[in-house]
Design a protein around this ligand. Structure first.
Ligand SMILES: C[S@@+](CC[C@H](N)C(=O)[O-])C[C@H]1O[C@@H](n2cnc3c(N)ncnc32)[C@H](O)[C@@H]1O
Length: 290
């Protein structure tokens, strides 16, 4: 609970340093957290407390896309808000992770801990963004980025089509699964009809397989248990690339504990039998989760 009162006095235009802190307070908080490497431009926690108090409510989602030393997330956490922080610098690892750990285990006694009666708790997930899957070649055509090896590409395609990435020793074409009988195979090869027919025979009548490949012989489309998609066209069809506004639905992010079942669309799984895919169960894409 915040000690602030929602009586209008906290929304004044002028916020005095003795109410919302001073850059020196931010610096002292940093030194307490990181004696040998304080972040150079920290805000005092009291300032963020006032902002979050005025602009959000318990349980709201707070976004700081330039997280710095993580003050916004730390204060949001102590105030019972959920949060997303984005940071491209190394201090995501060197400052934000250890800071949030101290907040969570209750050893961060500084900043607004006392004012919010913070004792510790909660958690977070840490994701590392994958490089862009697609890039344009010298002729302006979309191609798969050279940063992607075969495993990364398979994992990325599983993510795009709501399959759980789970390469199997049982068969080379089992890269992921959407249900007991629905599989995905990702390859940069061009597949001939003979190759497709051989795969189709292995898959059998009781299973279905989505194949994402560079190219395929059109005859293969007649094989009942296969659905054929070309990369990168199929990825371009499903995502926006090179946009300024990706309209991230932050109100509808998958939560770790909520395993939401969604119906895969016809582009997603081959199975015409309303295959269900588990998005939240899909492992993170190349990222470390901490
Ligand atoms: C001034 S700090 C932010 C301080 C923080 N929001 C706070 O309230 O204390 C700006 C941060 O934005 C990060 N940054 C700059 N461009 C970015 C980008 N495109 N994506 C993510 N972080 C970025 C910088 O590395 C830096 O840590």
């Amino acid at each position: 609970m915040s000690a602030l009162k929602n009586d209008g006095t906290n929304a004044q235009t002028v916020w005095l340093w003795n109410e919302v802190g001073h850059t020196q307070d931010g610096r002292k908080e940093q030194i307490a957290l990181f004696p040998s490497s304080p972040f150079s431009t920290p805000k005092p926690e009291k300032l963020l407390e006032r902002i979050l108090y005025l602009a959000s409510e318990d349980g709201d989602l707070v976004l700081d896309s330039f997280a710095g030393s993580g003050t916004t997330g730390a204060v949001a956490h102590k105030m019972g808000r959920r949060w997303i922080m984005v940071e491209l610098g190394d201090h995501a690892q060197t400052h934000i992770v250890p800071r949030m750990q101290k907040v969570i285990d209750g050893t961060d006694k500084g900043g607004v801990s006392e004012a919010t009666n913070w004792k510790g708790g909660g958690g977070y997930r840490f994701f590392r963004l994958a490089p862009s899957l697609l890039q344009k070649d010298v002729w302006g055509n979309w191609v798969i980025s050279k940063d992607y090896n075969a495993e990364m590409l398979a994992e990325a395609m599983c993510k795009h089509f709501n399959y759980v990435y789970a390469p199997s020793d049982e068969a080379y074409w089992m890269h992921g699964q959407a249900s007991e009988n629905a599989f995905i195979y990702v390859t940069t090869a061009s597949l001939t009809f003979d190759q497709l027919r051989a795969i189709s025979d292995e898959v059998g009548a009781d299973r279905s397989l989505l194949i994402c490949c560079m190219a395929y012989e059109a005859q293969g489309e007649a094989l009942d248990n296969l659905t054929l998609k070309k990369i990168p066209r199929v990825v371009l069809d499903r995502c926006e690339w090179g946009e300024d506004d990706y309209s991230l639905r932050i109100d509808a992010l998958p939560m770790a504990e909520e395993v939401e079942e969604i119906l895969a669309d016809d582009a997603g799984t081959h199975a015409p039998k309303k295959t269900k895919a588990r998005t939240a169960a899909t492992p993170d894409l190349f990222g470390e989760e901490e």
